[in-house]
Write a protein that binds this ligand. Structure first.
Ligand code: ADP
Ligand code: NI
Length: 215
């Protein structure tokens, strides 16, 4: 299995090194490293977790025209092609399809331990200082404005309305980033999310105070 993991890693490293929206190789690497750290405390199948972390953004709905299960399918085909067995390929495919955030009021369903771990690692990378940097990189890339005083955040009831809505990057904090703290699955995930959450709140306080001083 180590050989398959190495092959996937070297392809992703090359293909995703210049990705500009915060889904670059370094995001994948951080999610993999954090997933393995959480695994060392919580258990779970190490191969499924490592492969799931490496492949979790392989065909994100945000960039593939909205296809929801394309990531899992793509991950599965690649794993089979590299010689992985069907049961691992299926577990990784299901993990990849399930971890993405679907909207504030959308239920994620039942998740395996491995999925919960990679989801926590992915969510930790969406909050705190790195999360803030990634949100503005993502926003700029999709021509979204930073902030508008008179637009209210929307807590989306459906995945369709979440992905199709036009928002501001500051509103994205209320629509997703500040909600993640209460959606963490593992004990260590909850602890780390707490600190990163506080940092985002401090950032927003400072942001509003500077915004007003500049008027
Ligand atoms: P998920 O699997 O939940 O979709 P990812 O790790 O693939 O999470 O990446 C989501 C990243 O994209 C996060 O850092 C998030 O803040 C950012 N993002 C998604 N939608 C927006 C948006 N409308 N504005 C700013 N950032 C966004
Ligand atoms: Ni991700």
């Amino acid at each position: 299995m180590k050989e398959i993991i190495n092959q996937i890693e070297s392809v992703l490293k090359e293909e995703w090194k210049n990705e500009p929206t915060g889904h670059d190789w370094e995001h994948i690497r951080r999610v993999r490293d954090m997933s393995m750290h959480i695994q060392s405390l919580e258990g779970g199948d190490r191969d499924v977790i490592e492969l799931g972390a490496l492949l979790h953004d392989i065909s994100d709905h945000k960039f593939n025209g909205g296809k929801l299960n394309a990531g899992g399918q793509k991950a599965k085909e690649w794993l089979i092609e590299l010689g992985a067995n069907m049961s691992i390929a299926n577990e990784v495919a299901s993990l990849v399809d399930k971890i993405s955030f679907k909207g504030a009021k959308v239920d994620a369903g039942v998740l395996s331990l491995e999925t919960k771990i990679v989801q926590d690692a992915d969510r930790l990378d969406a909050i705190g200082a790195i999360g803030i940097a990634r949100a503005f990189a993502f926003g700029g890339n999709r021509n979204q404005i930073i902030y508008a005083e008179n637009t209210e955040p929307v807590l989306h009831e459906s995945f369709e309305s979440y992905v199709n809505a036009k928002t501001t990057t500051i509103n994205h904090f209320y629509e997703k980033l500040l909600l993640l703290k209460n959606e963490m699955n593992t004990t260590i995930g909850i602890q780390l999310a707490e600190e990163r959450h506080q940092f985002m709140k401090d950032f927003l306080t400072r942001f509003y105070s500077e915004w007003k001083l500049n008027r």
